[in-house]
Design a protein. Structure first.
Length: 200
């Protein structure tokens, strides 16, 4: 099933704003369809948090795209987070293909402006990035993220998909990767108003 084309949305680094992020594989190929590359993505998220601190609230790894709900902390900028995640996965995946499936690399060839060709793992651009500025927005996007595999018909329930944070939210575990659930505002935390702003 093809993924609808999403316009790239400009990201605004506004302190206190959470973000809902989507980024896709090159040509929307199912490059995240193997457990190996999904583990690369989880490792990349952990590495990115060390380099560019952020609270990870929800995620799902689909065969050809990724959704994240996160809150940058300190002076961390979204571009730094995404660059760190994408570059780590891309380097590992392309190195693996060089060693084990060099013929597949032809599918990742991308013409550069100067006529040169390079291998590209992710679609050009920063993907889709929406600032989340209310409690309701945050919880809607967490639910949307977890429902993704169900909407695609991959599983019957969000918790059945092992490559998302749905099970962690359901059980309180930190598998397959730790979350910062404690920093997620509850729907009743701000004057019992789900539309309350996170910023003042």
């Amino acid at each position: 099933m093809a993924i609808p084309h999403r316009k790239t949305r400009r990201s605004f680094d506004i302190p206190g704003d959470a973000h809902f992020v989507t980024f896709s594989c090159f040509q929307r190929l199912p490059l995240l369809g193997k457990d190996r590359t999904r583990r690369y993505l989880l490792e990349a998220l952990d590495l990115a948090r060390e380099r560019n601190p952020f609270d990870l609230w929800a995620f799902v790894i689909m065969p050809e795209h990724v959704h994240l709900v996160l809150l940058p902390t300190g002076a961390t900028q979204m571009r730094s987070i995404l660059n760190s995640v994408k570059q780590s996965v891309s380097k590992k995946a392309i190195r693996y293909l060089h060693e084990h499936a060099p013929s597949f690399l032809r599918k990742l060839e991308d013409a550069q402006p100067g006529g040169q060709r390079a291998y590209r793992y992710w679609q050009r651009g920063g993907g889709y990035d929406r600032n989340l500025r209310s409690v309701r927005d945050i919880h809607e996007k967490i639910a949307y993220t977890h429902e993704n595999p169900v909407r695609r018909g991959l599983v019957e329930k969000p918790c059945d998909w092992p490559w998302s944070s749905a099970m962690a939210w359901e059980t309180g575990s930190n598998e397959p990767i730790s979350l910062q659930r404690d920093s997620v505002p509850s729907l009743t935390s701000l004057d019992d108003n789900p539309n309350s702003r996170l910023w003042h």
